[in-house]
Ligand binder design. Structure first.
Ligand SMILES: [Zn+2]
Length: 109
């Protein structure tokens, strides 16, 4: 069955995925709060940009600052999470097709 072949292919890709990091990456500039600092009034003089990795752990938001170098090294792990989501969606699609074919339900209305 065609679904079996596609499921095996998806399982192979999932098996090769590697590490996958959750959360989002944002880059932002900051003011330091010192009243005399140039960052106070000029948006172009703000500090940074700082790279922030934000994720949720047990319902709490966890934020860590990453260096440009770290982001470069771990970007593939973040990319893998997007890939994992795509593969999950494809696995759902092929599984729905498989149950419809196996149960002889015909086209979904
Ligand atoms: Zn400042």
């Amino acid at each position: 069955m065609d679904q079996d072949r596609r499921q095996h292919e998806l399982a192979r890709r999932l098996g090769e995925l590697g590490f996958a990091l959750p959360g989002t990456i944002t880059e932002r500039t900051k003011t330091c709060g010192k009243p005399t600092c140039r960052c106070r009034d000029d948006i172009d003089q703000r500090h940074g940009p700082y790279i922030q990795w934000t994720r949720t752990e047990n319902g709490k938001t966890v934020t860590r600052q990453l260096t440009r170098d770290q982001l470069g090294r771990y970007q593939p792990w973040f990319d893998n999470t997007r890939r994992l989501r795509e593969l999950t969606e494809q696995l759902h699609t092929v599984s729905i097709e498989a149950i419809i074919a196996a149960e002889g339900w015909g086209a979904e209305s």
